[in-house]
Structures are given as structure tokens and as C-alpha cells.
Ligand binder design. Sequence first.
Ligand code: C2O
Length: 541
Amino acid sequence: GITRHYKFNIRLKNVTRLCHTKSMVTVNGKFPGPRVVAREGDRLVVKVVNHVPNNISIHWHGIRQIQSGWADGPSYITQCPIQTNQSYVYNFTITGQRGTLFWHAHFSWLRATVYGPLIIFPKHNVSYPFAKPHKEVTILLGEWFNADPEAVISQALQTGAGPNVSEAYSFNGLPGPLYNCSANNTYKLKVKAGKTYLLRLINAALNDELFFSIANHTLTVVEADAIYVKPFETNVLVMAPGQTTNVLLKTKPIAPNASFYMLARPYFTGQGTFDNTTAAGILEYETSSNSTIFKPILPRINATNAVANFTRRFRSLANSQFPVNVPQTVDKKFFFPVGLGNSPCPKNQTCQGPNGTKFAASVNNISMALPSVALLQSYFFKKSNGVYTSDFPSFPLHPFNYTGTPPNNTFVTNATKVVVLPFNTSVEVVMQETSILGAESHPLHLHGFNFYIVGEGFGNFDPNNDPKNFNLVDPVERNTVGVPSGGWVAIRFLADNPGVWLMHCHFDVHLSWGLRMAWIVLDGTLPNQKLPPPPSDLPKC
Ligand code: C2O
């Protein structure tokens, strides 16, 4: 591979959408941010210089970061944030991965505006496992707030209430004509008849899973989270924030005298408010006169079964070129209830969360408090005292009926606890949605690894019977999985990457409320099983 250099200048920029102009944090003044391109085996060197008042860090979402954990990016986990007028160079090699990923800010809610595609092509002279498309197109789904998203979340954290929702969804930053004062900000995809296009779809929205469809066109899914899958056809996709999906779009053999909306709108089952609006882009044929425009039909907002039926269709290729390496046996099992909860209102304060408390969210009833020094630094330099403890529970201390009446006490514990795994531990994690404060799906994202989704279901996970149906033959491999609303999902991975790795809900609202935990994977004995020391420009807290 070769080394590719990028420079990210973090700058404020005025951007107007929905007739609303605001100053936002951007990379190089671009919204969405610049495309980062590489080939499998290349080294990426990205110098990030912070020119804004906010702290920031950048995460390369889905990159394995093998022996390069210092470049992963989550603030207070693998690094302290990059402060104003400081810089940090992210330096990592892309090993054994090709496909569509994205990069985004990993500090507070800055990823609302700081995100962009990360496209990894196969090595030279290596082709896709499908016919070469006529053209490739990247479509980032995002979310637009008229307000400054940092103000939205800090107000929510102070009052303990749910945050204000966004005003719009967008395709490549453009909300489209279904919003007021937005027709000029419409994403248009111009196509030729009789061709195949590869669409690289990325859900970079902050807080919503999104349905996506293009009127009168069937899509063939070929990749998820930068891993090829057995191709299958669908009219509607659903993607959680943090998930990417590559699809083939076959255009009509003869250009029709019509154009076609592509729409994105949320899937949501939780309580309270959400942004119930629809982003629209337009698929246009080059020679057509566009007399009519067709609209696709999307599932209803809370179509949990449609989501389950779609996500269960994903299968690994599982062939000799792309074998499945799912652990057939497990060294260490975990059962993590994930979901919302609350915490007491501090004295002399009024809280606007549930029953006068504050909203919180947790894994195994632990709402992760961010440390003041990055976990990876404290771990590496053996200064963990007062930073974190290694007693994150493997199983709930107080199990309850996760699909029945919630317990009386729904308060979470605020703490910084981690799980420590010896190198090469094979791990199984069953994540169960708790339905406290309403059933809601949670897109769980694991840094530093892909995992295999070996099982999922509705209701309470049954440890005696459900594992009998686990798929250990061709399970899909991903980096983000929706824990189903009112259900569970089981994942397996091999802890073969030394470092500190965050796992969290990719809804930023739940992340801010503490739905996150961290794994420490210890060094192995061989030199290529150890985490090297940090680069000299690693930011200080
Ligand atoms: Cu894409 Cu920790 O996130």
C-alpha cells in the first residue's frame, strides 16, 4: 500500500438551510466534510488542526485500528480532545478491510456537522464480488438542526429533559423539497438508462434510524459496514446511525419520462418527540423530460417487524475468499441489558426529566461517566487509579423481566468501569433492550472490531434455548447492530486487538446520557500482539 496524507482544518463556517443561517463547526469549511479515499493496505495520515473554540477529536468509524488504538479518536477513551489551536496526526493502516465507512467528530454532539465519507477500495487488480458498476455514488444521510447542536445537548443535560429534535434530515447535507424553503437544497442523482450504479449509503444522522427507498427501483444489497454480504433485493432499506450499506441500483433499460424521489424518514418506537419529517432527493434520467415524479412508499414510523425482516436477511458471503471467522466456542459470555433509565435530581435543582428526575441511559445499569484523562493513556501508563475500575459486571446484578413491568427503582449507577479481556479471548455478548421508559431500539457500535451477529429475537433472551438457533455458519459481520425494540441480539468477536475500545449506542442523545462502556484488550505475547506507545503529539487533557 501507499501513504495518503490529508489535512483537516477544523473551522467555523456559515451554512444556510431551511432559510436559517448558522455558524457551524466544519472540516475545511465543507458541509458535509471531505471524502477520504484509500485502498486496502494503505496508510492514512490525517493532520487535524483545531481552529475553533470547541474541543474536538475525529473517529474513523469502522476502521479496525489494529495496533493503532491511539488513532481511534473517541474523546476521553483513546485520547484527550484536541484543544483550540492544537493539532493531532491520526496515523493508521487499513488492514483487511475494503468498503464504505465514514469519519466523524467524537466529542459531544459535534458529529452533527463534522462528518464525511471514508471510502476504501480493494487492492489494485482486485475486483468486487459483483459486476463492476458503471459509476459509484456516495450518499450521506444526515440531520440538520436550526440551533447549534452543542447548545441543544448542553441544555438537555442541564435540565435533565429530552433534547430538542432536529428540523430536517438530509442527503449529502441537502434536506430537499419536502421542507419549507428548501427546494434549492435538493440532492439530485443523474443517471443513464440501462446501467448499474453502486450507491454507498451512510447513516450519519445523530439520533434516528432511517428508512430509505427510491420510487419504482429495486435495490440489491451487496455490502454492510464495509463487509460484503450475500446479495439480496429490496425496495426499502433501514439503517441505524453508524451503519453503512452498499446497494446496486439498476436503472430502467429505456429512460422513462419521469423522475423518482428517494426518501429517508425515521423508524421510531420510543416515547416522546422525534423529528417526524422526510428528506427527499431526486433520481433523474439524463434524457428524460421529467414530466411526472414518483414517490416511494415507506413503512410506517414504528414498523418494527419490517425492520426485523430486513435486518435478518443479511448473511456473510462465507466463501473461500471471504471466510467466516465467527468464534465457534466462547471463552467469556456477557449479558448486557441496554436502555434508558434515570438519575436523581441534584438538590437545589429542578429537573425536567421523567417524574422530576434526569434522563440517563446505561449498559447493565451502569451509566458511564467520562473520565478526565483518556482511558487508553491511564491504562498504558498504568495510572488508572481514580480514573477507572476494572469491575464492569458481566451479568446484571438485579435481573428483571425486560419485556414486563419495569422495576420500581429505575435509577442508574454513574461510574467509569471497564471489562478487561486477555488477548485473543473469544467473546459473546447478548444485549437485551430493557423497555424502561418505553421500548426503543439501540444501535450499538463497537470500536476496534467487527462482530458477528449470531442471533436476535423479540422478548426476553432465553439462555437455555435461544443459543441452539445461533447462526455459526454465515452470520453477518458488522460494526453496528440495532438491539431490537423489545428484544435482544447476540454478537461474537475475537478480542485480538490490544487497546481500549468503546462500545456505545450510536444515538448521540443516548450516548450523552451514558449508554456506553469500554473494553480493555490486553497485549499478547508476540511483538505483533502489543499496542505500541503513543505518538508524541497525543493531546493532553
Ligand atoms: Cu461512529 Cu463511537 O462512533
